[in-house]
Design a protein around this ligand. Structure first.
Ligand SMILES: Cc1cc2nc3c(=O)[nH]c(=O)nc-3n(C[C@H](O)[C@H](O)[C@H](O)COP(=O)(O)OP(=O)(O)OC[C@H]3O[C@@H](n4cnc5c(N)ncnc54)[C@H](O)[C@@H]3O)c2cc1C
Length: 309
């Protein structure tokens, strides 16, 4: 305890410096709370080449530009942003301990804004990032299906995820092909009939190569090759809730952190917002949840100790 008292104890430590974490940091800093943000530079938002559905930017805005603006806004009000990976999260009495290589940071509350990681198709990191930057590989039909209207689209996946994504995209173009990555589809009769009725082409794969040209992405399977304007991987994602789960926070079967209407987790003092919580996986939703979380953090801290100036 002596050691703890000698150190800074932040009112809030935010894990994740993207739309959810930075929105919360802006709110918390403007509530005159001390806030630090940790980010390990594996941002999903930074992969957005240009977003056309984020309100307020009629000509669109790229993920990196949006994040630059948000970081500047959070820092203007005193938030400290640190490019560091939180290795472990513990709770000792009223305080959280964020553990790094050889150092521990203390906080009265913690916001998990750690997002998710998309599972990727088999291609090199450089080829992958280049394809995402050019809109040949897309991960978010809700965000950018408008951009692929009436184009030839591939969905890489199978099972319920592949079926749902192909069905979703079919409402924007007649030309949808669902390709199984590993040589066999895992679709039940109703899903097969549904795809047939919608005119979605189905290929059992396996995918033998993924190549890209100036404006097309080409997939070769065992039987033929396809040139798509965009390919949507529907391979699922890994939810980055491990730190919260290890602390005993309740998570759903898929791994999303369970929260109440104020973004409180089942661990007192621990909150969560953004893609790591079940939701729409959109910037707007992440920001909305973060505003609610920051306000709950402020009010809950106030219950413990009156915040007066
Ligand atoms: C290619 C692409 C295009 C998209 N286009 C759009 C769009 O046009 N419009 C839209 O609304 N949405 C879009 N999205 C979705 C959008 O990116 C997400 O909904 C949004 O980024 C969620 O924000 P978040 O803050 O919850 O999580 P993330 O953006 O995933 O950020 C999580 C952060 O947590 C950090 N982190 C995780 N674990 C740790 C740890 N242990 N220590 C330190 N830091 C950690 C990571 O570094 C990361 O920066 C797109 C996504 C992709 C992949």
């Amino acid at each position: 305890m002596t050691d703890k008292l000698e150190k800074t104890i932040w009112d809030c430590a935010v894990i994740g410096g993207d739309p959810a974490g930075l929105t919360a940091a802006i709110y918390l800093a403007r509530y005159h709370l001390s806030v630090t943000v940790f980010d390990d530079n594996t941002s999903r938002a930074a992969m957005i080449p240009i977003s056309h559905n984020h309100a307020g930017f009629p000509d669109g805005i790229s993920g990196p530009k949006l994040l630059d603006r948000m970081r500047a806004q959070a820092q203007r009000y005193g938030a400290l942003i640190q490019g560091r990976k939180v290795a472990a999260l513990k709770k000792d009495g009223d305080f959280f301990e964020l553990v790094f290589d050889g150092e521990t940071v203390f906080a009265r509350s913690v916001l998990m804004a750690t997002g998710v990681l998309n599972r990727r198709p088999p291609m090199s990191s450089a080829a992958h990032d280049d394809a995402v930057a050019r809109g040949l590989l897309r991960y978010c039909p809700v965000c950018d299906w408008f951009e692929v209207s009436d184009r030839a689209i591939g969905v890489l996946g199978t099972g319920a995820k592949g079926f749902m994504e192909a069905k979703f995209l079919r409402s924007y173009t007649r030309d949808v092909t669902l390709v199984a990555p590993a040589g066999e589809h895992d679709l039940d009769d109703a899903e097969r009939r549904g795809l047939e009725g919608l005119g979605v082409k189905v290929d059992a794969g396996p995918v033998t190569s993924i190549e890209q040209s100036a404006n097309m992405i080409t997939i070769a399977t065992a039987t033929r090759s396809y040139a798509f304007a965009s390919l949507y991987p529907a391979l699922g994602s890994d939810i980055r809730s491990g730190l919260a789960g290890a602390l005993g926070a309740r998570v759903s079967d898929e791994g999303c952190i369970d929260v109440d209407a104020h973004q409180r987790t089942s661990v007192p003092g621990l909150y969560a917002a953004g893609d790591v919580v079940i939701g729409l996986d959109q910037i707007s939703h992440a920001m909305g949840q973060a505003g609610v979380a920051a306000t709950a953090i402020r009010n809950d801290l106030c219950e413990i100790e009156a915040l007066v100036r």
